[in-house]
Design a protein around this ligand. Structure first.
Ligand code: ATP
Length: 255
């Protein structure tokens, strides 16, 4: 089967900094893949490159077998099958618009009749444990955990086959981190979505991903199946990252 995402020798410099320094990896369809590394290792830059928001200096990215094209039309078309969940969802919501407006935009992009889109939204909100009335709120009227779920709801409304979540549990209480990861995992399995989780927290990736790579200074230093990768890491850097994160508890195992 064609890989969901394949990256070959991605290189990108910001002045003196090599943000991506020859990154190659392949993410099989329908799997959960982790990208871990300390702050500044290049994770977000890689995500932005995959979304087509950042051009590479060299190298190639393919999404579902197709080379990434940088045009407005291609960017718009890509949004229908690859969706990001950014680190700070509250910041990406317009403070002066109700959440309903944000969701309605999806209907416009998909050219979906209003009633059909709202029926799908009702099901998605229910699945995410959000009250239907949340769409009449402004972003400042909801909690951080709800903002994260609203961002996931919006992403799912686009019916993506690939979801890229950047630090999905950042800023959330430890008590809800496990629930959110379970939720993402359930959605991935039931909708057969490829889920890419980007985090500096190895405990999260260990909990949710099947395969992962470890990044440092723009390079992939280690990668493989998470069980063996984190049980017997080859690199001292990976061992340091592991030691820094004692673990996240999964409060309610599902599926
Ligand atoms: N727009 C930019 N201009 C200049 N330098 C940048 C830019 N974006 C990223 N960098 C640099 O590229 C390197 C990789 O940054 P990146 O944000 O991808 O790392 P990260 O692993 O996602 O970090 P974090 O976990 O803190 O988000 C860093 O040294 C960063 O300072």
């Amino acid at each position: 089967m064609t890989d969901a995402i394949s990256i070959s020798n991605a290189q990108l410099r910001f002045g003196e900094t090599a943000a991506l320094d020859g990154v190659s990896l392949a993410i099989p369809q329908g799997t959960c893949f982790g990208i871990v590394g300390e702050s500044g290792s290049g994770k977000t830059t890689l995500m932005r490159a995959v979304l087509g928001l950042q051009k590479l200096d060299q190298g190639e990215i393919r999404i579902l077998g197709n080379p990434l094209v940088h045009s407005r039309a291609a960017l718009k078309q890509r949004a229908s099958f690859i969706q990001p969940i950014f680190q700070d969802p509250a910041a990406s919501l317009s403070p002066r618009s109700r959440i309903r407006t944000l969701m309605n935009e999806v209907g416009t992009v998909l050219r979906e009749p209003h009633a059909a889109m709202h029926e799908r939204l009702r099901v998605i909100l229910n699945r995410l444990g959000l009250p239907p009335g949340v769409i009449d709120k402004y972003p400042h009227e909801i909690s951080g955990g709800q903002a994260r779920r609203v961002a996931i709801a919006r992403a799912l409304l686009m019916k993506p086959s690939i979801l890229i979540a950047d630090e999905p549990t950042a800023g959330l209480d430890v008590s809800v981190q496990g629930d959110l990861l379970n939720l993402l995992q359930d959605i991935r399995r039931s909708d057969n979505i490829t889920l890419v989780v980007i985090s500096h927290n190895l405990a999260i990736v260990r909990l949710i991903a099947e395969n992962a790579v470890v990044m440092r200074a723009g390079k992939v230093v280690e990668g493989g199946e998470v069980g063996s990768l984190f049980k017997s890491p080859r690199e001292a850097y990976t061992r340091e990252l592991l030691a820094a994160w004692p673990g996240v508890t999964q409060s309610k195992p599902t599926g």
